[in-house]
Design a protein around this ligand. Structure first.
Ligand SMILES: *Cc1c(COP(=O)(O)O)cnc(C)c1O
Length: 450
């Protein structure tokens, strides 16, 4: 291939080419130079010489554009799982997102008491609210609920036994398994009871000189049905009190309000757990609460003080952005009547089926004109709350569904849109559950499909 043996241009010549000027302005000299060098080296290695310099610069432009584009981007969650861990769980109220952005842009009184001019505590921005909303004596916050569980165990039961029912030794995915978190926290797991039935005497009989705490873990993402028995928190609390040891409860999703007021199934609230006798309770900020990722810990003053003195607390603390967002969301709970409108997670979970169906009908038309040869329908479906909350309770919803062969091809096109659309394939159809496509977002959704 004699005609392909024309020499490659130099990096300098390419940098001087008029087509490169726009790349230099957009991406900077260092990045452009490095990419041009890489491309030249690859051509030399593959012995593909020749071709116009513009082709080489085009290749550099494509590479630079993808290298400088953001990896994490907004998507449309049409999976039917509202609090989808892989898609970032709870959407924040705009007021909370704004507060986070504002706090992150500059200085704040994060740990500064404006009244006295002295040093303050970052938790003070939310701990009073959390006490008010749960009836707790004291509260603290950390990175997430996994961190909260770790910290409670490490503080209260380092080197000591913690009794947990065999029915509560859960795995919630992402390497959170109760036995593992227990051993890493320095506590010693002592299993009591059986998978389906655990009785009060199982706990009482297992208490000995090495026992550091009793622990209850909310059966987050599974249900044990049939011949079952579990000990009510009240009973556990009195067993713990008699033995002079604390009762720890990991509520998982937890909630600050009774979800039944919106016709949703009951999920235990932190207030109920504390009233029933738990000494310290933890739950997530970005599950049913509808806030940012956080682990909320509420309970007795002496327990929370001990947790705050644990050096791990410093390692697991929240940053000012998330504290700002959490504060805004917690303040919304002071006005429960408007919560379901203002907190997007609750608004999506309580969205009327008829409203979702209307969205689905409109979306079906757009999808049908984009893929005219496909079998496309609107169907009733069921959404999941997600994040382990209430796994057996599904919410009536509506979806656009696409049938036929090679559904993965369509799924891939949808994932490749500027704001990717994520659905799910179920029973031979691609299902786009419209619960989380709110009317305000419909125009943006449609615009990128037509
Ligand atoms: C979700 C969950 C956790 C972990 O919470 P993160 O906020 O994801 O760290 C722990 N325990 C239970 C029971 C859960 O449901």
């Amino acid at each position: 291939m004699v005609e392909n043996l024309s020499p490659l241009p130099s990096v300098d010549a390419l940098l001087r080419a008029p087509e490169t000027a726009v790349l230099l302005t957009r991406f900077g000299r260092a990045a452009v130079t490095a990419v041009l060098r890489d491309i030249l080296a690859a051509r030399r290695a593959a012995r593909t010489f020749g071709g116009p310099d513009e082709a080489l610069i085009d290749e550099a432009a494509d590479y630079l554009a993808s290298r400088f584009s953001r990896s994490q981007r907004p998507v449309f969650n049409l999976t039917g799982t509202v609090l989808h861990t892989n898609l970032g769980r709870s959407p924040l109220p705009p007021e909370a997102a704004d507060a986070a952005a504002e706090a992150m842009r500059g200085a704040t009184n994060l740990e500064f008491d404006l009244a006295t001019g002295r040093r303050g505590d970052r938790d003070d921005h939310v701990s009073g609210l959390l006490c008010e909303l749960t009836g707790a004596e004291a509260a603290t916050v950390v990175n997430n609920n996994a961190a909260a569980v770790m910290l409670m165990l490490n503080t209260l039961a380092l080197g000591r036994e913690v009794l947990v029912s065999r029915g509560e030794l859960i795995e919630i995915g992402g390497a959170f398994r109760v036995p593992d978190i227990m051993s890493r926290s320095g506590a010693v797991l002592k299993e009591v009871g059986t998978t389906n039935r655990t009785h009060a005497r199982d706990y009482a009989d297992a208490i000995g000189p090495l026992t550091g705490a009793l622990m209850r873990v909310h059966q987050a993402n599974y249900a044990i049905v049939g011949f079952t028995a579990m000990v009510p928190t009240e009973t556990l609390g009195s067993i713990a009190r008699d033995a002079g040891i604390p009762l720890i409860e990991d509520l998982g999703s937890g909630s600050l309000v009774d979800l039944e007021r919106w016709g949703l199934p009951h999920e235990p609230t932190a207030r109920e757990s504390l009233r029933a006798g738990a000494d310290v309770v933890s739950f997530s900020g970005d599950k049913l609460l509808g806030g940012p990722q956080a682990g909320l810990i509420v309970g007795h003053k002496r327990v929370i003080s001990a947790i705050n003195r644990n050096p791990f607390k410093r390692a697991l603390r929240l940053d000012k952005g998330r504290l700002a967002a959490l504060e805004v969301v917690l303040r919304m709970y002071l006005d429960p009547d408007r919560l379901a409108q203002r907190v997007p997670a609750l608004r999506l979970l309580t969205r009327p089926e008829a409203d979702i169906r209307t969205t689905a009908e409109r979306i079906r038309e757009v999808i049908a004109s984009r893929w005219p040869d496909r079998d496309i329908a609107t169907e009733a479906c069921r959404s999941q709350i997600g994040s382990g909350a209430l796994p057996v309770d599904l919410l009536p919803s509506a979806a656009v569904t696409i049938g036929g062969k090679a559904l993965e091809d369509i799924a891939k096109v949808l994932r490749g849109l500027p704001r990717p659309v994520i659905g799910r394939i179920a029973r031979g159809r691609l299902v786009l559950d419209c619960r989380c496509l709110e009317t305000a977002d419909e125009a943006a959704f449609i615009a990128q499909l037509v």
